[in-house]
Design a protein around this ligand. Structure first.
Ligand code: 3H9
Length: 706
């Protein structure tokens, strides 16, 4: 038998023990070994029942995603699961850790499921652009009903063991020694002489209320706009109640294979691995010692500071929140309390946990309160002068091992670090607003930041539920630097006669969560103007550069917060077209002699905005600000609403073809001129296109040469 699967028999119970670290993925050799072990147990008269369990931190977390680009080798997981379900001897699954995807599908094919209390189960395939394709869409509704299966499969959420027990996914939850509990259950099942196969059940009719499937699909078309897999999952769950089990399995398999071959799934799988790769920094060895972060502090109790404090509290870390004035501190503390209360009201948090978290929050006036904390993040006003003053003091107040992080979105980390006595401890942590909701955390490595501090901050980012990506020091880091070019191009088209609504709807229909005009109104036209104004020397000296945004700022149309910007917001949030904004832009265009275009197509809007975005991404790679194209994809999908099913800007560029992108630059340069180099492709882009390579290949080459 394989070293990946151990097989033993004791007192009539065969134990199939999977040992494929780190997450016991069901790769082909594992599947083969499970099948052989099951056959051995089935053919051994001394065996009365079988237990399947896993070593290490978790029961299987699913199929091996790395195998998905190659043809499936026998035994496939669906076939293995059917084989286990058909076994004439009782098969018990002993679950722990995160039993996900194919792991849960394997467990549902067993005849009884025991789980440790801390286990979480789920079918998260939709996040990979897939449906559960090894019986999950047919077995789960048979266990928990159609409505609950739709919720579980289309959200892919990790369900705690007790809830899974109540729903009917599990048969037993135990406090400890799940393997022994499974062996006891196996003996009991032998005694009972009954085998309960999930496939023999029917979906509970009561869960098939009128329109359950069509309503779910309508809801998902809004919530998961543009994603194919959630819609397909609802169809597959419906088959569980409309066709016989064996036919449902075949239909599920066909649908799963189609999705697996789709660009959407490839894009989402790319992001899965990209997010994990982003934590690995080529010059920082895996065994770099990490600092222990047990206590934290936040400087500044405004919107960002309070949001960051909530992230830290939610990760069970104590927080000292520091302000210079009592009323500002009180407002920040109140904001945190209200957010946690709201989480309780919405059922996201129980009141006991809220109380524990709030007990870990301390407010203080003055930086002296931060003397003992392990990690400080400064979230004060975005001004170099203010930040330098704070860091000068932090350098002497904080203990010598404390990480000193700044939440700047544009300022130079090296300049901030230079004022402290230990620049090696200074790092950027760029959170996105609202900090307790947005996933992205750009970690900015200064020239002198020590490796230990980089590695610890990336790890901490994961611990507080963020998706970290590393950036070098440079204006706007990765995300905002690219946003600058994307927004520039969108505003150029406003001057040429496109309306904000046309620009936004073209990009939103393509998949962006929000178009660039709406984003600017949300972020605040005043805020973006200030950033542009403070960095003019870094931006093109183009008289047309972001003129529409400058006008909105000059007119006091700051966006949502003033009820008017590119749009008007009668209720403060919902945008409506505003002819006044269009008149203002048109007047400026006339004054600047911008030639009005008769038509600007949606395709042109997409092409110009996306080419500008991709080009800056390539330039950031050339400049060494971004380490990998895949890191850029992580930044834009986790922080800027780039559709995950398109894999991020660089993956998208690869899917279009870099030669096609470079060709577009030539077309645009001819049509719109190139006085400011907007349509000069970055050297990396040109070189890759010339050698028929992709950004993915560029990343692989970098890895190879590291
Ligand atoms: C499926 O099952 C399809 C079936 O329905 C149908 C088949 C026909 N495969 O996340 P971590 C690697 S689809 C291969 O950092 P954590 C991961 O890349 C699958 N590799 O740990 C990383 O590698 P590295 C459905 C996998 O503790 C390492 O394991 N299942 C897989 O933060 C550690 O991962 C899912 O979608 C995999 N399935 O989180 C679950 N999973 O060290 C996906 C992980 O080289 N996995 N790796 O960077 C997860 O959600 C998280 O990994 C988990 C652990 C929660 C399990």
């Amino acid at each position: 038998m394989s070293t990946l699967v151990d097989y033993s028999v004791d007192d009539g119970i065969a134990v199939i023990f999977i040992n494929n670290p780190p997450v016991n993925a069901l790769s082909q050799p594992v599947r083969q070994a499970i099948k052989e072990a099951t056959m051995a147990a089935g053919g051994d008269d001394g065996v009365t029942a079988i237990v399947i369990a896993c070593a290490g931190r978790t029961f299987s977390a699913g199929a091996d995603i790395r195998e998905f680009d190659a043809p499936v080798k026998d035994p496939s997981l669906p076939i293995l699961n059917d084989f286990i379900e058909a076994c004439a001897k009782p098969v018990v699954a002993a679950l722990h850790g995160t039993t996900l995807g194919g792991g849960l599908e394997l467990a549902m094919s067993c005849h009884y499921r025991v789980a440790l209390k801390s286990t979480r189960v789920g079918l998260p395939e939709v996040h990979l652009g897939l449906i559960p394709g090894a019986g999950g869409t047919q077995r789960l509704p048979r266990l928990i009903g159609a409505a609950a299966a739709i919720e579980a499969i289309t959200t892919g959420r990790h369900i705690p063991a007790n809830e899974a027990m109540d729903l009917g996914v599990l048969d037993e939850v135990v406090e400890d020694d799940v393997l022994q509990a499974a062996v006891r259950a196996a003996h009991r099942l032998v005694g009972d002489g009954v085998i309960s196969r999930t496939g023999d059940r029917d979906v509970d009719l009561e869960t098939l209320q009128d329109g359950v499937f069509s309503k779910a699909k309508a809801k998902l078309s809004k919530r998961r706009r543009g994603f194919d897999a959630p819609q397909a999952a609802v169809d597959a769950i419906e088959w569980a109640s409309t066709v016989p089990f064996s036919q449902g399995l075949l239909k599920e398999r066909e649908c799963s294979n189609t999705l697996k071959a789709s660009l959407q799934s490839k894009a989402q799988r790319h992001l899965f691995f990209a997010e994990r790769l982003a934590l690995k920094i080529p010059d920082i060895p895996k065994d770099t010692p990490l600092l222990d972060v047990a206590t934290t502090g936040v400087v500044g109790a405004g919107t960002m500071g309070a949001g960051i404090a909530i992230c830290l509290l939610n990760a069970d870390l104590p927080v000292v929140l520091v302000e210079s004035k009592q009323d500002a501190l009180d407002r920040g503390l109140e904001r945190i309390r209200k957010t946690l209360d709201r989480d309780v009201d919405r059922g996201r948090l129980d009141s006991e946990t809220r109380d524990v978290r709030l007990a870990r929050l301390t407010g203080a006036i003055g930086l002296e309160a931060l003397g003992t904390v392990d990690f400080v993040v400064e979230a004060a006003f975005e001004s170099m002068e203010v930040k330098k003053k704070i860091f000068t003091e932090l350098g002497s107040i904080c203990k010598s091992t404390a990480i000193l992080a700044t939440n700047t979105s544009t300022l130079n980390i090296n300049d901030i670090a230079a004022v402290t006595c230990s620049p090696d401890r200074v790092i950027g942590t760029h959170f996105f607003s609202p900090a307790n909701v947005m996933k992205l955390l750009e970690v900015v490595r200064g020239d002198k930041t020590a490796k230990t501090f980089v590695a610890t901050t990336l790890k901490l980012g994961r611990r507080i539920g963020k998706t970290p990506a590393l950036s070098g020091v440079g204006y706007g880091f990765i995300g905002n630097r690219m946003l600058e070019d994307y927004v520039r191009e969108s505003q150029m088209m406003l001057l040429e006669g496109a309306s904000p609504a046309q620009v936004d709807s073209a990009l939103e229909a393509w998949g962006m969560a929000m178009g660039p005009c709406a984003v600017m109104d949300l972020a605040g036209q005043d805020v973006s103007f200030l950033t542009r104004d403070q960095n003019r020397e870094l931006l093109p000296n183009d008289p047309l550069y972001c003129v529409p945004g400058d006008i909105m700022n000059a007119e006091g149309r700051f966006g949502q917060k003033t009820g008017k910007g590119f749009y008007q917001y009668p209720d403060g949030r919902t945008r409506q077209n505003d002819p006044d904004a269009i008149d203002l832009i048109n007047a400026a265009a006339t004054k600047l002699s911008v030639k009005k275009r008769v038509t600007i197509t949606d395709q042109e809007i997409l092409d110009r905005c996306l080419c500008a975005l991709i080009n800056r991404g390539a330039q950031l790679l050339d400049d060494g600000i971004a380490l990998r194209a895949s890191d850029i994809d992580v930044v834009w999908s986790a922080g800027y609403g780039f559709p995950a099913y398109r894999g991020g800007p660089m993956f998208y560029a690869d899917s279009v073809g870099l030669d096609v992108i470079v060709q577009s630059f030539e077309t645009f340069a001819k049509e719109f001129g190139n006085d400011y180099g907007y349509w000069t492709p970055a050297p990396l882009l040109v070189n890759l296109a010339k050698s028929s390579k992709t950004f993915a290949e560029y990343d692989a080459d970098q890895k190879g040469s590291a």
